[in-house]
Design a protein around this ligand. Structure first.
Ligand SMILES: Cc1cc2nc3c(=O)[nH]c(=O)nc-3n(C[C@H](O)[C@H](O)[C@H](O)COP(=O)(O)OP(=O)(O)OC[C@H]3O[C@@H](n4cnc5c(N)ncnc54)[C@H](O)[C@@H]3O)c2cc1C
Length: 454
């Protein structure tokens, strides 16, 4: 079977072939190339680290005043004992490169798995007391097994169907479909009506049993980008350097920032989200099909509303909860962190996220308390503090992560991944592990290797 990873490796070989035949790429054999990396998220940092190890001159340009991009840890209590994640939460058991980097930098990964409770139609069911019907479990197992034997053309056909329709066409019952919508939409950040069937099924057929919701970095996931940045050298990472233009000429490339600074280099590795790529002035212009792909790809809307409670009334460190309310999905964000207090994050997606993000904390408090009431009574009085972050309006990504819709995986991904002369692209949006930190790291490292191999 061709996994998504194998498909991407084939696309990368094709792209490299195109590049090597281009005379524009010949550079002086007497000196090492100079590389500018756009973005200090995990993709950009992984690329820069790979190059630094080979003594390549590298500069990382970052628009924000911090590194880490969509990895964003936050200390929520006044004693600074409790760290929560406003961006990426889980490291998956299959995420080999992230796990290897944590090992290299001596960052402890601890178990962050949960046993899911449910509030559905106003009724609370503890973990282990609810589930999909036996018929659906059997059917879904069969579908996942059959996926492993699918031909390329069958996979392409699956890409033309949305995940909701695929499940309907396979005879899912109304209740099972409701539950899949609630659970799977947390993975994609939008309703499953908006997700292509192909990336959706790979998510479940090629992931760890807990769907990569396995581990977390002790002290906060941001420790990883910070550790990588220190190895690169903090002087090489220029914060508040928003790139506005990339001009490739015969002998070199000039990268210009909003603050007026310019950087001359031989290669660029561009790891910024598609929305931001589209805002840059490219010379020569990006090919029309890349511009069309940038304009077509959507990013999901996730709102994280973190609520610090004066006690852990859920009485289970491994607590998470799916609800059919606007608060959507709750999880215990301070699992295995010692304190009398504890944080539940309400993780909402799509339109639900948009609604909550537009309101104030008084409204959000009511939404959270109403959603939890069927299982836990009135918890509003236990709230100490609330912190809200909406990725749908993040000025640098305008979304949480890319979401490939119907007929987009096989058509957009290869176009977005293709280099533009001496500019290589990386980032979660073009990764096999798309939507994950692992995808960011792997694509960053691959882009660096592509530069090194020229
Ligand atoms: C709410 C949420 C939950 C998530 N949950 C998980 C999870 O549980 N597990 C997991 O593995 N992943 C998760 N992810 C996904 C993960 O965070 C991303 O896949 C990964 O961090 C993306 O890294 P990146 O380097 O590709 O992009 P980014 O982190 O976005 O880095 C790109 C950088 O480029 C910068 N930039 C943008 N424009 C410019 C410009 N013009 N000039 C210079 N710099 C620019 C940005 O500021 C940013 O710092 C989650 C993400 C979100 C938002």
């Amino acid at each position: 079977m061709t996994t998504r990873r194998e498909f991407l490796q084939q696309s990368a070989i094709l792209s490299a072939g195109i590049m090597l035949s281009d005379k524009m790429f010949s550079q002086s054999k007497n000196r090492k190339p100079r590389v500018v990396v756009l973005g200090a998220g995990l993709a950009g940092l992984a690329a820069a680290y790979e190059l630094t190890k080979q003594n390549i001159e590298v500069v990382v340009l970052e628009a924000r005043n911090r590194i880490g991009g969509r990895v964003l840890s936050h200390e929520i209590d006044s004693d600074k004992k409790l760290t929560i994640e406003l961006g990426a939460e889980w490291v998956g058991n299959s995420h080999e490169r992230v796990i290897a980097l944590c090992k290299e930098f001596n960052l402890e990964l601890f178990n962050n798995q949960f046993e899911t409770h449910l509030i559905y139609k106003n009724e609370y069911s503890p973990s282990g007391k609810w589930g999909y019907s036996e018929e659906w479990n059997a059917k879904f197992g069969k579908l996942l097994a059959e996926f492993g034997k699918m031909s390329e053309s069958q996979k392409r056909a699956l890409d033309k169907t949305d995940w909701w329709r695929y499940l309907m066409n396979n005879g899912i019952s109304e209740r099972d479909l409701d539950l899949r919508e609630l659970a799977d939409s947390t993975d994609f950040g939008e309703s499953i009506r908006h997700v292509s069937g192909y990336p959706a099924i790979t998510e479940y057929a090629e992931s760890s049993p807990k769907n990569e919701m396995d581990l977390k970095i002790r002290g906060g996931n941001s420790r990883l980008p910070h550790a990588v940045a220190e190895k690169i050298g903090l002087d090489k990472i220029k914060l508040q350097h928003k790139v506005t233009s990339v001009k490739q000429e015969t002998k070199s490339t000039t990268v210009t920032c909003e603050n007026g600074s310019t950087f001359l280099c031989d290669f660029v590795i561009c790891t910024i989200p598609t929305f931001a790529i589209g805002k840059i002035h490219w010379l020569p212009e990006l090919p029309k099909e890349k511009v069309a792909a940038l304009n077509a790809l959507q990013y999901s809307r996730i709102n994280k509303h973190a609520v610090l409670f004066d006690e852990r009334f859920w009485n289970d460190e491994a607590f998470d909860l799916l609800t059919d309310s606007n608060a959507h999905y709750f999880y215990h964000a301070t699992k295995s962190q010692e304190s009398g207090q504890g944080v539940l994050i309400s993780y909402s997606i799509g339109d639900k996220a948009d609604v909550i993000a537009r309101q104030n904390n008084e409204y959000r408090k009511r939404i959270v308390a109403d959603a939890l009431r069927p299982g836990f009574g009135d918890v509003a009085e236990k709230i100490v503090r609330q912190v809200n972050y909406y990725w749908g309006n993040d000025p640098h990504s305008m979304g949480a992560y890319a979401i490939y819709g119907k007929d987009q995986w096989f058509t957009l991904q290869p176009v977005l991944a293709k280099p533009h002369r001496r500019v290589f692209f990386a980032g979660e949006h073009i990764a096999d592990w798309q939507g994950f930190m692992e995808g960011a790291v792997v694509t960053g490292e691959d882009a660096a290797k592509a530069v090194l191999n020229l």
